[in-house]
Design a binder for this molecule. Structure first.
Ligand code: AMP
Ligand code: MG
Length: 540
């Protein structure tokens, strides 16, 4: 595409606002908090802000909308994506959804701090919904203010784009603006409220529809509207499935199961912990959505969750994500049951989730180990052995796999079997607590490596091919929790350079990036217990 075809004036974006055209609106137009019955959305305007300022924007997300660099760097871009001006064709609204929060039905939730601007259709004919997060209250804001703070907005902005570049299905982030207005937050809900800078992220996705958009309608026994929303979703977001019918609802649900399984396999591959997998935070498109108290696994620990709100039960811990996604899909199945009225096909679809996840997980682990394919005869044990080893000593998962790829299997095999110290030295940069490296651990690492090398020999791929395979699925750079916090600390002082540096770094997470090695190193000790680095809450 040449630059003439690109959009430099935001009023030239082409909007086709299907969602509000085809689905029923809330008839009440006053923006007060309420239960919204018999409607999928409420029209609501973003609240203007005093002094908006651009912190960052994603050029790849801008490309989805055909926007030029000039458009993104214009003052108008700031005004529009801070919610101060509607570009031509924008028709803002907030959607109604419900959800299960931490396993309990919570009733109506809805876009409490998200306002959709409309659906832009790009030159390729792709539909991209634009949504401001933190642009003021909506009928769904319940007791909260509809605002977002810089800290959580930096986290959402950077992680959305990092996940995209890692190849993980995700909603995207176009822009990050400061509002110039303070927002009061009690970060750990412990009676210490303070003023923080307000911010707004513009998110981009084909659709922001969640499991909870369907659930709320069934909970209210509004099956006519449930059918309307399902039909709309199938026609708009799953057009390849054909015209809606009971059979189509089943194939649709099956596809949601499959996509969700694929997304979770990716999370487990890169060490992403969502932190709040409530059903209102599950996208019908199988996209990672709602970046709140998420975290990146540093030392491999399946029991870890970054979310202090979930510290006791650890429902959303890393190792539980596959089961939780299944449970959430079960809730979606209950919600769409009235459209199908048969249990069996829904159960079969749920079984497809399990199958897709298991096969996907095996293929993913084979990739992480550089194998051509997963051989159940040997590789189940190979993986279990490795994952146990990674937990014996606090081991940085990301670094470990990159170091594993570096091994020269021809030369180092005999060495490592006889000399464990060399193996330990090779992985030392991944260990958080060196004194945990006991003689017993060394022995077990040596045995595992021996088994791995034998497996590699049988696999037959030479080291350079194995290494390339591994380095294309094992990232060198991930959005380590402490790095984001450092970027936030600076941004809160008015210095946006690190937000932009991390955005740039994470555009190529699998590449060696000379000069950037500090970002591939393990988490520094000071970050182990610091708020924001390992502990987060739902407050944002
Ligand atoms: P979350 O846990 O962030 O997914 O949010 C759960 C629900 O609370 C959603 O309905 C959000 O829209 C709503 N919510 C969270 N934070 C705020 C806020 N600051 N203002 C209004 N609604 C909020
Ligand atoms: Mg949410």
């Amino acid at each position: 595409m040449n630059s003439q075809q690109k959009i430099s004036n935001l009023d030239n974006l082409v909007f086709d606002n299907c969602f509000i055209r085809e689905l029923p609106a809330d008839t009440e137009t006053i923006n007060n908090r309420r239960q919204v019955i018999g409607a999928c959305y409420s029209r609501v305007l973003p609240t203007p802000v005093a002094n908006p300022q651009r912190v960052a924007y994603s050029r790849e997300a801008a490309e989805l909308l055909d926007l030029t660099t000039d458009a993104c760097e214009s003052d108008d871009f700031i005004q529009v994506f801070a919610g101060n001006r509607l570009a031509a064709g924008m028709e803002p609204y907030a959607t109604c959804y419900g959800g299960h929060q931490f396993g309990n039905w919570a009733g109506q939730l809805g876009d409490g701090r998200a306002i959709n601007l409309g659906e832009a259709v790009n030159r390729k004919g792709e539909r991209w919904a634009l949504q401001l997060k933190g642009a003021g209250p909506t009928p769904y804001s319940r007791t909260a203010d509809g605002l977002a703070v810089l800290r959580s907005s930096v986290r959402e902005f950077l992680c959305s784009e990092a996940m995209y570049h890692l190849g993980v299905p995700t909603t995207r982030a176009l822009s990050l603006m400061l509002t110039g207005e303070p927002v009061i937050r009690d970060m750990f809900y412990n009676g210490n409220p303070k003023a923080e800078p307000g911010a707004i992220v513009c998110r981009v996705a084909p659709s922001f529809t969640r499991f909870g958009n369907f659930q709320i309608l069934t909970a209210r026994r509004d099956i006519v509207l449930l059918k309307k929303l399902a039909d709309y979703t199938i026609r708009t977001d799953f057009p390849h499935l054909g015209e809606p019918s009971p059979a189509t609802y089943v194939t649709w649900f099956t596809e949601v199961c499959r996509r969700t399984a694929e997304m979770i396999v990716h999370w487990q591959r890169v060490g992403f912990v969502h932190g709040v997998m409530n059903t209102d935070n599950m996208s019908i498109l199988g996209l990672t959505i709602d970046y709140g108290p998420y975290g990146w696994l540093e030392n491999y620990d399946p029991n870890w969750t970054p979310n202090t709100t979930d510290a006791e039960e650890r429902r959303y811990r890393f190792g539980n994500q596959p089961q939780i996604a299944f449970w959430n899909l079960g809730q979606l199945a209950n919600a769409i049951y009235p459209l199908i009225e048969q249990v069996e096909p829904l159960q079969q679809a749920l079984a497809i989730y399990t199958e897709t996840f298991e096969q996907g997980w095996q293929a993913m682990m084979a990739g992480k180990l550089g194998l051509n394919a997963f051989d159940p005869a040997t590789d189940g044990e190979l993986c279990t052995g490795l994952l146990a080893l990674l937990q014996l000593v606090e081991t940085d998962m990301t670094i470990f796999y990159r170091q594993l790829a570096m091994l020269n299997t021809n030369m180092e095999t005999p060495l490592f079997v006889s000399n464990h110290e060399d193996a330990i030295n090779h992985f030392s940069m991944a260990y958080y607590v060196p004194k945990q490296v006991t003689p017993d651990y060394k022995e077990r690492l040596g045995l595992w490596l021996n088994r791995y090398f034998n497996r590699i020999k049988n696999d037959g791929a030479p080291d350079d091919i194995r290494r390339r395979r591994m380095n294309s699925v094992n990232p060198k750079y991930v959005l380590r929790n402490y790095m984001t916090q450092l970027a936030i600390d600076k941004a809160e002082q008015g210095d946006f350079s690190m937000v932009n540096e991390l955005l740039e770094l994470l555009r190529r997470p699998y590449d060696e990036q000379p000069g950037k090695e500090e970002f591939a190193a393990k988490r520094p000790d000071w970050a182990r217990q610091r708020a924001g680095c390992s502990m987060l809450s739902c407050s944002s």
